[in-house]
Write a protein that binds this ligand. Structure first.
Ligand code: NM2
Length: 526
């Protein structure tokens, strides 16, 4: 009997053709290609910027309501969760967070301190206050709401509607009906793939210079484009090895270790660094963030025209949106047996605290060094760039070289886990005929990893890194609409499925069960 094909050739070819359409012109004529993308970008951030801001806060409000509504008690399937809560959170966190957190966590404050929001005077006391707070905002609970929202309709489709597909189009079925299988559905799925390629490209483009800086600093290797590319190739090999071993073995191991090392280094810097300053600065920042949450969420500087929100908040929301369907699919796949409320709080609280650790500890350490004239962070930043400034901060700590080395190693692992789960999810979406819980075929997972990283290499080679980051925001735009569609679709399902839902409700007393840990069981029954 002929084996049925597991590859969805239609989706695969549309995605590949679209990627070629975008990357080839940039490669052939980087200047012109980048200029066109910049024009699109400025239209999106300036003319549609407010839309991104409303979308983020609206989604946050929606999740807040959902978690506390009676629907919060819906459990995804009747089985117990497959992963321990730690591994589950580790997988969600490390899939959705890449080397970006190591890149920005330590240095983002310096940009805000130098060019603050709200018309504040650069390097003033208020600028320092908001500098420490803004990073926590851009990596905080409203941002995590963007990640969380797609996971719910997808998990609902998977475990309650039993659709056996993590595709976005499936999660829009409530409204689209059978159109989800037609051209509209395909467009939706391709938008997702496209967004993810832009988002991961941005992470790779930021992560590799940080590693290149480390290599050139310690081993005297010259910082060239060739070095960046060699790093991405090295990462690709690493990713392929992990992907080969599949979701449960390779990734769970790496995610757990990713988190141990991340928190290990954070605890070390917390103790060895300016502990009291970190504590008091963070306390103040949390207060400032809550006090100014709405102001920061909806800040556009329409009169001042500083471009602060276009450059930061809107760029960030775009970046979160571009990753969101992927993290949603990934989270849904590993959340069998969790409740809607558990999924929302797990991501919003767990994710936020995980990100805040970086901004509170690494970022405030950097700020302490600048304010106390230990390291001239701003000068280094302006003359040699962010990676050099970050390494200078780390090297000023006790056992500085080792800390800096480990810091970069953690950045690499973060990047690998992200590309890993990204390639896995892309392969999943561009597959068909997978049986319940079956993983996409091995070579196909590797193919997606290589495609993802080669796009970054191609664009780096074409010196179109800016274009790559621009691409993130552009590719995120359709996703914002798709996510809104998903929310409406989900609400429609909830209304229609009154009876079905009742059999999936957990009682309050039983809710603690969901934190049971059946030890490292395979995610997929094979
Ligand atoms: N987000 C969380 O490199 C990364 O950390 C990827 C970035 C979207 C800002 C995610």
């Amino acid at each position: 009997m002929r084996k049925e094909s597991k590859i969805d050739v239609q989706i695969l070819s549309i995605a590949v053709v679209l990627v070629l359409l975008i990357t080839l012109p940039i490669l052939v004529n980087p200047e012109k290609g980048t200029a066109i993308l910049s024009a699109i970008l400025s239209f999106i951030t300036k003319d549609l910027g407010s839309f991104y801001l409303w979308a983020c806060i609206g989604i946050f409000g929606f999740l807040f309501w959902l978690a506390f509504s009676k629907y919060g008690k819906i459990r995804f399937g009747k089985e117990k969760p497959e992963f321990s809560t730690f591994s589950w959170l580790a997988l969600i966190f490390t899939a959705g967070i890449g080397s970006g957190i190591m890149y920005w966590g330590i240095i983002e404050w310096a940009f805000y301190y130098d060019s603050p929001p709200f018309g504040l005077t650069p390097k003033s006391l208020e600028a320092a206050d908001f500098a420490a707070t803004y990073g926590m905002f851009h990596w905080g609970f409203s941002a995590w709401a963007i990640y969380c929202v797609p996971s719910i309709p997808i998990a609902y489709a998977l475990y309650i509607k039993k659709y056996n597909s993590v595709r976005l189009s499936t999660a829009c079925r409530g409204i689209l009906g059978d159109k989800a299988d037609g051209i509209i559905g395909k467009i939706i799925d391709v938008c997702f793939m496209f967004g993810l390629i832009g988002g991961i490209g941005t992470s790779l483009a930021l992560g590799s210079p940080l590693m290149a800086e480390g290599l050139s600093h310690w081993f005297g290797i010259e910082k060239t484009m060739g070095l960046n590319i060699a790093i991405v190739i090295g990462l690709t090999v690493f990713v392929c090895i992990c992907l080969y071993f599949g979701l449960s073995k390779g990734m769970k191991f790496l995610s757990d270790w990713n988190l141990y090392l991340y928190f290990g280094i954070a605890i070390f810097i917390f103790i060895a660094g300016p502990t009291v300053f970190i504590l008091s600065r963070t306390t103040e920042s949390v207060g400032l963030l809550f006090q100014n949450f709405l102001r920061m969420s909806l800040y556009t500087d329409s009169v001042g025209g500083s471009g602060f929100s276009e450059k930061w908040t809107i760029f960030y929301w775009g970046w979160w949106f571009s990753y969101a369907p992927f993290t949603g699919m990934f989270a849904a796949r590993i959340s069998k047996g969790r409740t809607i409320r558990g999924l929302i709080f797990g991501q919003l609280i767990g994710g936020t605290l995980g990100c805040w650790a970086a901004f509170a500890i690494f970022g405030n350490t950097g700020m302490f060094m600048q304010l106390n004239n230990i390291v001239p962070v701003l000068d280094i930043l302006n003359s040699q760039g962010a990676p050099a400034a970050s390494i200078a901060i780390l090297e000023a700590l006790p056992f500085g070289s080792i800390v800096a080395f480990l810091y970069i190693a953690v950045a690499i692992i973060f990047l690998v886990t992200t590309v890993n789960s990204g390639a896995f999810t892309l392969a999943d979406v561009a597959s068909k005929n997978l049986r319940d819980g079956e993983e996409p075929v091995r070579w196909y997972r590797l193919f997606w990893a290589i495609l993802l990283t080669s796009i970054a290499i191609v664009l780096m080679y074409g010196k179109a890194l800016d274009a790559l980051q621009t691409l993130t925001i552009i590719t995120a735009l359709p996703l914002v609409f798709i996510m809104i569609l998903m929310i409406f679709s989900f609400m429609k399902w909830l209304k229609e499925d009154e009876h079905l839902i009742n059999s999936y409700m957990v009682e309050d007393t039983k809710e603690t069960d969901e934190i049971e840990l059946p030890s490292n069981k395979q995610i997929v029954g094979k």
